[in-house]
Design a protein around this ligand. Structure first.
Ligand code: CP
Ligand code: NVA
Length: 307
């Protein structure tokens, strides 16, 4: 496996499945009361330039749950905020910690950190990708429905970082994916084309959410304005109105279709309260699974647990 986790396209089907299988095993072991210590004596640095609730705390809890230690640094409060180069930061942090978990804007930032770091760099969200999140989403799908090869998985809304990582996941794990995005808000075209040439199953992009959701087994939604797009919020609210996952739209999916949302959710915008709190929502199990997949990721990238 690669030394860094920057984007899902860098991995094979077997590697992603191994991480998910290991996360499911770690989850089962935790529920049996088993204690883990495999990262005892190891430390990670979380280097975050954007806000976070789930990713920060689930990485911290994952590291503590494996016996390790965590230091958190917001970019603003570090010397990076005063212009220290990424390449110096990467080399210095590598002398102190066993992995660097980064949340930032540009994918080029995580790439540059990885180029200079002597320890693994893990992408905890950029404008282009959210690979760890999509791994926990896939874990949730596999845990509850198996697949995803035999499922119809749908993305409704913005063609954002989450959509891009779902597209890469579909190509690597070779499952069909259908997206519905408003005109002008589609996923990254280069990622889409590369994914289509790698995978054998269709990756379809529609504008019509009603057409996209028909007979879906798994439905994903996310905020309409991502972090960093706050100024576009009002315009996006107008453009995305017909993409709200409400009970009328959800009725077009299979009766037992599963609703995923990486959170935070904006009730009344991309999803209604009724759907979010409804029987088809697995959103809080999905949030829990972030911690289990982060354990598998840290264990592997720090201690080489998966060959
Ligand atoms: N889903 C997710 O990444 O949430 P946070 O922004 O709270 O980390
Ligand atoms: N697309 C969202 C995901 C938040 C976890 C964002 O980037 O803000």
């Amino acid at each position: 496996m690669k030394n860094h986790l920057l984007a899902l396209e860098d991995f094979s089907r077997e590697e992603l499945r191994a991480l998910i299988d290991r996360a499911l095993q770690l989850k089962a072991e935790r529920s049996q009361g088993m204690r883990h210590q495999q990262l005892s004596g190891r430390t990670i640095c979380l280097l975050f330039e954007k806000p976070s609730t789930r990713t920060r705390v689930s990485f911290e809890a994952a590291m503590f749950g494996l016996g390790g230690q965590v230091t958190f640094m917001s970019t603003r409060e570090s010397q990076l905020g005063r212009g220290e180069p990424l390449k110096d930061t990467a080399r210095v942090l590598s002398r102190y910690v066993d992995a660097i978990v980064v949340r930032t804007f540009g994918q080029d930032v995580v790439e540059e950190l990885a180029r200079y770091a002597a320890v693994p760099v893990i992408n905890a969200l950029t404008d282009l990708h959210h690979p760890c999140q999509v791994l926990s989403d896939l874990m949730t799908v596999i845990e509850k429905k198996g697949g995803p090869e035999n499922l119809k998985t749908v993305w409704i809304g913005d063609g954002n970082n989450m959509a891009n990582s779902w597209i890469e996941a579909a190509a690597v794990l070779d499952f069909p994916l259908t997206l519905a995005c408003p005109s002008g808000f589609g996923p990254d075209q280069a990622i889409l084309e590369k994914a289509r040439s790698r995978g054998s199953r269709p990756i379809l992009v529609f504008e019509d959410p009603v057409e996209a959701i028909r007979d879906a087994d798994v439905i994903n939604v996310d905020v309409w304005a991502s972090m960093g797009q706050e100024k576009e919020q009002a315009e996006r609210l107008r453009q995305f109105q017909s993409y709200q996952l409400n009970s009328t739209l959800l009725a077009g999916a299979r009766d037992n279709a599963m609703v995923l949302h990486c959170l935070p959710a904006h009730r009344g915008e991309e999803i209604t309260e009724e759907v979010l709190e409804g029987p088809q929502s697995v959103i809080f199990d999905q949030a829990e699974n972030k911690m289990h997949i982060h354990k598998a990721i840290l264990e592997h990238f720090i201690a080489g647990a998966i060959q």
